[in-house]
Unconditional design. Structure first.
Length: 448
């Protein structure tokens, strides 16, 4: 290759490198533009923080989530708060929805993909509409069937169709639009840990009262009071289970407090008192096949702890948190009332049972004392501590040693006793014939 050809080749290669560099630098915005065009709602990215409501509609019914101040709430449940993380995930999923492949634009074939109008006969689709706080529509989407896949690849793909548009798409979209409005609700009503509870009192409509308590937070087990004569606790720690009543109490549904009248026809009322003075009263009522509960919080100065002060933590142990001050507990009670007093909560059957326990459910009849074992009875019972097992002295020594060793291995004592009665000393039966003697262990077979 001559120098002229080499120069041309180098110039050509350099030009290619420059062209590639320019393409890469200038092509970034083009690639981004292409990706932006693949977004199902490209304009939603800049407006997602403006979303003020989410309307979900099915053939079976619908509901609306909307902003109330700084909180997202369920409009159909008197603006009860919902789980904000679920709302954010839904908005983000619609913002990031990306087209994969165009599908049919024939309305007659929409039902096959599940993207027919939500109010069409036998429709399985879901219509979700995002709007701003003024009600201006930001996005509207008919969500259809999810694509079934055997692996991770393709997961989160669904058939969709923009509202008012006949064109359907296969898109990348992973979204949970709950069928039941209740599934959006913030489920935890309140939480009072067991180690904070000092006493629980449950009063039945007929006046019967159940009381369990403990003197100090360091006392692990609660005491069950009022056990009737002839009864005992079903097991030693049975009272402890009542202290978890406010530790895991979630709602199943909720209604405005005005819809449930707790002034009449109420069921059991339970009262939880903590060591720092918080008192939570739970009033229950069964209505329309549901178990409702209302919650009220107050502050009552706790009694002075009896006995010595708790020991300081040992070396290596984490110090226990300091108890709340009276002012802190008063503010806590005020905050709880402000949040809880507006609602009547539908609670689970488990919580309803916890808030309505009766003394009869926690006690049983005292078992009669066990009859003492017969010292001369065969088997492993032996004679016990007071009545040792008697081993007849006429047994062969090796047999006596075996019995003694076996009984001692069971923790029983043995003593040597008188010889066994001989057959001729035994009483005769009704016909005057002595019973046939049983061969002893040292009996020998007869000679022939």
């Amino acid at each position: 290759m001559n120098s002229k050809n080499l120069t041309i080749l180098l110039l050509t290669a350099g030009a290619a490198v420059v062209a590639a560099t320019v393409a890469l630098r200038g092509g970034g915005s083009h690639a981004e533009s292409q990706a932006e065009k693949q977004k199902l709602f490209p304009e939603l990215q800049a407006k997602r923080n403006e979303v003020g409501s989410i309307r979900v509609q099915r053939a079976s019914g619908g509901y609306t989530l909307h902003r109330v101040g700084d909180v997202w709430a369920l409009k159909d449940k008197g603006d009860f708060p919902v789980q904000i993380d679920q709302v954010r995930k839904a908005i983000l999923a619609l913002t990031d929805a990306t087209t994969i492949e165009a599908k049919t634009n024939d309305p007659a074939r929409h039902a096959k993909l599940g993207v027919e109008d939500f109010d069409a006969p036998d429709s399985k689709s879901v219509l979700v509409t995002l709007a701003d706080r003024d009600g201006k529509e930001l996005a509207k989407l008919v969500v259809g069937k999810e694509v079934e896949t055997t692996g991770m690849q393709g997961a989160g793909q669904r058939y969709v169709r923009k509202g008012g548009d006949a064109q359907s798409w296969l898109v990348s979209l992973k979204i949970d639009l709950h069928e039941k409005a209740n599934d959006w609700l913030a489920k935890e009503i309140l939480k009072v840990p067991q180690d904070r509870v000092r006493s629980i009192e449950i009063r039945q409509p007929d006046g019967e009262t159940l009381l369990v308590d403990r003197p100090a937070a360091e006392t692990k087990d609660f005491t069950l009071h009022g056990i009737p004569t002839g009864k005992e606790a079903t097991y030693p720690t049975v009272a402890n289970s009542l202290a978890t009543g406010l530790e895991y109490v979630n709602l199943e549904d909720v209604s405005p407090a005005s819809e449930v009248d707790f002034s009449t026809g109420t069921g059991p009322i339970s009262r939880f008192t903590t060591f720092d003075g918080l008192v939570v009263t739970v009033t229950t009522k069964d209505q329309d096949g549901k178990s409702y509960a209302s919650f009220a919080a107050t502050y009552e100065a706790p009694p002075q702890p009896a006995g010595p002060a708790p020991e300081a933590p040992k070396e290596g142990e984490a110090p226990k948190p300091a108890p709340k001050s009276a002012d802190e507990v008063k503010k806590e009670a005020e905050a709880l009332n402000g949040r809880l007093s507006k609602w009547a909560y539908v609670i689970s059957s488990y919580s309803r049972a916890q808030f309505g326990k009766k003394l009869s459910e926690l006690v049983k009849d005292i078992a009669p004392p066990t009859a003492p074992a017969d010292a001369n009875a065969p088997g492993d019972a032996g004679g016990g501590e007071d009545k040792p097992m008697i081993i007849p002295s006429d047994l062969p020594p090796e047999i006596r040693d075996q019995i003694k060793a076996h009984q001692e291995s069971l923790g029983n004592k043995t003593v040597d006793g008188p010889p066994r009665k001989k057959p001729e000393d035994a009483p005769v039966d009704g016909a005057g014939t002595p019973p046939v003697p049983t061969p002893g262990p040292d009996a020998k077979p007869p000679h022939r």
